[in-house]
Design a protein around this ligand. Structure first.
Ligand code: PLP
Length: 309
């Protein structure tokens, strides 16, 4: 749904709540030209105990980590950004929503060196349903292995969430959609599996679970960490630094994506080859069930992962 069709009218910008239409930036903003921003994507769930932001502190910690290699001074404390976000959700009356904090080099001069450019910080939130389509969670998605390779972590820090990185994600995802697929899988420079354009990837084989680690140039997703924890609690062995070759994708028993936006989404085909039985596999279903029970607070476990609005 487009923003103008949504019932949201406030954004937090540089310490103030402003009208949605007024949260604008100059065309000569540094980050617009050079991709020098860092951001987060976080979900707030409408739980049985009221609206709650899932793993907010970890997301915010990652935002500050993302700023580090770029020497971007966020200039607002963790507490200030938390308070602003909670107040924003209360003002908007949002229950289930997606939260987008962003910090970037703003308007001052346009050398590649950000020099004296200020840091602008904004937080927006809006209702956002299933990322990869309504049916995706149950039936799975068809994906293609992209012809684009992911940046190597020796070229650009891939373990942090920088706006500029997402041109690669966009190229891979749009290539997939142009070819009739829902999403892409992106290989790294070595030709092994990295992740999706906005998701981490999990593989199930012979009852064990495999996912790629930071040395494969991935973003270490917070949903990835959640799923590793839940899977281990369910008794699965999880290999979280796996090296997965392209060929192993086709012969896997099950594959699924994880991400704050994509949540836990089964993959039913890769390059038109059916994965397992070509439907959501039993391990994926069990983990997905545990994930949604957790985020909807149908269990008391891990309550410290929730920030109640
Ligand atoms: C490239 C990439 N990998 C993985 C993920 C999943 O990370 P998380 O579970 O923290 O949302 C994301 C989404 O933020 C992403 O953009």
């Amino acid at each position: 749904m487009a923003f103008h069709e949504m019932d949201v009218d406030t954004i937090w910008l540089n310490g103030e709540f402003v009208d949605w239409e007024d949260a604008t930036t100059h065309v000569l903003t540094h980050a617009l030209h050079y991709g020098t921003g860092v951001f987060e994507g976080v979900r707030c769930y409408d739980t049985e105990n009221g609206p709650a932001i899932f793993r907010w502190d970890e997301h915010l910690d990652r935002l500050y980590d993302s700023a580090k290699p770029y020497e971007l001074d966020i200039g607002h404390s963790h507490e200030e950004l938390s308070e602003a976000t909670l107040e924003l959700l209360r003002r908007e009356g949002l229950e289930s929503c997606y939260i987008r904090p962003i910090a970037y080099y703003g308007y001052h001069s346009l050398g590649v060196s950000p020099g004296d450019c200020p840091t602008d910080v904004a937080i927006a939130a809006w209702p956002w349903g299933t990322y990869l389509g309504e049916e995706a969670l149950e039936n799975g998605v068809d994906v293609m292995v992209s012809s684009w390779r992911k940046h190597a972590s020796s070229q650009i820090p891939t373990n942090v969430k920088t706006t500029g990185l997402y041109v690669n994600s966009m190229l891979a995802g749009e290539e997939a959609r142009r070819n009739g697929y829902v999403e892409a899988i992106v290989l790294n420079k070595e030709g092994n599996v990295a992740e999706g354009p906005g998701e981490n990837l999990f593989m199930v084989n012979d009852g064990e679970i495999f996912t790629t680690g930071p040395a494969q140039s991935i973003l270490e997703g917070i949903t990835r960490d959640t799923v590793i924890t839940l899977a281990e609690e369910l008794g699965y062995t999880v290999h979280d630094e796996a090296v997965i070759s392209r060929g192993q994708l086709y012969t896997a028993d099950e594959l699924f994506f994880t991400g704050s936006a994509a949540e836990v989404t089964p993959i039913r085909k890769v390059d038109n080859v059916e994965i397992g039985a070509g439907t959501r596999g039993p391990v994926t279903e069990e983990i997905q069930g545990a994930f949604f029970d957790l985020v909807e607070r149908k269990t008391d476990a891990h309550d410290d992962w929730f920030t109640y609005v």
